[in-house]
Design a protein. Sequence first.
Length: 479
Amino acid sequence: MKRIKKIGFTNFIILISSLILVIVLIAFSFSRNAASAERIAHTWEVKNTIRSLSSSISEMESRKLAYIYTSQIKYKHAFQSAEDEYDSLLLALHLLINDNQSQIDKLQHVEEIVNTNFGTFNESISEDKSQIIINQESIDEMEFSEIIHIRLEEMVQQEDLLLEERNANYESWKIIILISLGIATIIVFLSLYNLINRIRPLLEELLQTKENLEVTNASLKNTLGELNLSNVEKEREIKAKKKAIEEKEKLNESLSVKNQQLDHFAYVASHDLQEPLRTVSNYLEIFQEDFPERVEGEATMYFQFINSAVERMRNLISGLLSFSRIGTSGEMEQIDLNKTIEKIKADFSAVIEEREILIKSDALPTVSGYRIELKQLFQNLIANAIKFSKAGIAPHIEISYEETDNFYNFHIKDNGIGIPDKDFLKIFDMFSRLHSTKDFEGQGIGLAFCKKIVELHYGNIWVTSNFGVGSTIHFTIKK
């Protein structure tokens, strides 16, 4: 194979070099031939323009004489038209022969004669006929025509000589082109013949290699058949996975719609439930104000129970309404969580100072999210750590995080009362309480709020705890 490449490459270089040389020669010959053809066409154009100029001068002469002897205005106009044509042809001829000084001199001589002959006529064309005849009688018309004819014929003869010379050049370059084509054919033939003779001894090796390759190809076909079967199975698996993904996406869309409907229902329900509670509360106040003498002893205790129950119900409905509004506070934006923690500390400054609470925080990142909801998330978790602390022990709260490729993982650790293992999932349910209201105030919706806010930011939330020692709330926020 290396020998084939070496021989083929060498002969290929020779062949290409020969072809390039021949192509250059042919291109040069063709360019020269084309130039000769252009010069021939130019000579014919000069001759035709000279003939046209001669005809235009004759036309001017005849129209001049006709006007002199008849004084008819149509001959005056005809003369002026012929003169315009003469001026146009004269300008064109000047442009065509601008590289031939001899022809330029002849043309200038013709132009002077024409100007001399027609100058007086042009000056007096507006005067009376008798004056024109007198002015023109002194001009020898025959001599003018003969001089013009001789000068223009001299120009034509000079162009004929140029035409013969250029035709000869054209024919010479045609012969050169034919010779170049013959040489090119011979060079290509010899190069190909040499290449074939050098490669022929190697053709048998190539044929043998071909047979070996055919055997190998047959083996490869069998292998490819097995691979195709495997690919078919893989394609079926991929289709099944795609179908599962599509079904999952449809299910997610359905769940999203249902969640939206549920949020709307919660909002409407909680809003409508506020009205009867306000009615009950108002009538209780009116009764207590209008009939204070009847509210004594056990009645007072019953009214207190009713007011307490109404207030708890109002707080529950308000929490439900707030829960349904999560995620509607605005657009997502870049939020510096360090500033968020500082604002929360300022809000809790009184209780922090009173109970000597210690809140330690790492340098937190800037995340993309809903500003109000993220503040509520951290505020609820810090508030829970403070509320569920041990009696007589100052709460210590540590906020830390680590970063992965797609998420920020946050941890809020406290030294509180802890959570039993069996309640790790229960605490994130709506209205779920592990303690009575006598021990710890609240409606059991704080961690449900946190869960919804974390899910709004495409994350998860969970808890780890050592009961009696403390708890750590973990949650993620997508980058």
